[in-house]
Design a protein around this ligand. Structure first.
Ligand code: IDP
Ligand code: MG
Length: 148
C-alpha cells in the first residue's frame, strides 16, 4: 500500500492545528504508520529541502522549518500521495481551495503549516530520511470498512 510523508510545520504546531490536521487524515480513512514531534537542525532541513537549494527563498525556508518543533508522520492508503496533496491544497494559500488545509487555515506561502510528499519516489526518500529507524507495522481493524 502507498505511503506518504506528511509534516506539520512549526506554525501548525504553534497554532494548535496538530489535532485538526491529524483528524483530517484519520477521518479520510488513511492509516497512521509513523508519528513524532521533533525539532530539526538546519543541516537536516537542508537535506529535506535539497531539491529547492537553488531557490531564492531557500534560506528563509530552512529558518522557518528549524524555528520550532514539527510533527513528522507517515500515512498509508491507496493514492495517499496525490490525495494527501489535494487535502493540503496548493503551495500558495491564495490559490488553495476552501476545504483544503492551506485553504482553510493559511494566508502566506511562507507560513503554509504543512508539508506533503509530491510523488511516490520523494515520499520514499523523505520517509527514509525522517524515520531511519523504520515505521510501525500494524493493520487497522477498520480496513474492511474503508476498502471494498
Ligand atoms: P509544496 O510545499 O507545496 O510542495 P514546494 O514548491 O515544494 O511547495 O516548496 C516548499 C515550501 O517552500 C513551500 O511549502 C513553502 O513553505 C515554501 N515556498 C515555496 N515557494 C515559495 C516562495 O515563492 N516564497 C516563499 N516560500 C516559498
Ligand atoms: Mg514540495
Amino acid at each position: 500500500m502507498e505511503q506518504t510523508f506528511i509534516m506539520i510545520k512549526p506554525d501548525g504546531v504553534q497554532r494548535n492545528l496538530v489535532g485538526e490536521i491529524i483528524g483530517r487524515f484519520e477521518k479520510k480513512g488513511f492509516t497512521l504508520k509513523g508519528l513524532k514531534l521533533i525539532s530539526v537542525d538546519s543541516a537536516f532541513a537542508k537535506k529535506h529541502y535539497a531539491d529547492l537549494s537553488a531557490q531564492p527563498f531557500f534560506n528563509k525556508l530552512v529558518d522557518y522549518i528549524v524555528s520550532g518543533p514539527v510533527v513528522a508522520m507517515v500515512w498509508e492508503g491507496r493514492n495517499v500521495v496525490a490525495t494527501g496533496r489535494k487535502m493540503i491544497g496548493t503551495t500558495n494559500p491564495s490559490d488553495s481551495a476552501p476545504g483544503t488545509i492551506r485553504g482553510d487555515y493559511t494566508i502566506d506561502m511562507g507560513r503554509n503549516v504543512i508539508h506533503g510528499s509530491d510523488a511516490v519516489e520523494s515520499a520514499k526518500k523523505e520517509i527514509a530520511l525522517w524515520f531511519p529507524q523504520g515505521i510501525t507495522e500494524w493493520k487497522s481493524s477498520a480496513h474492511h470498512w474503508i476498502f471494498e
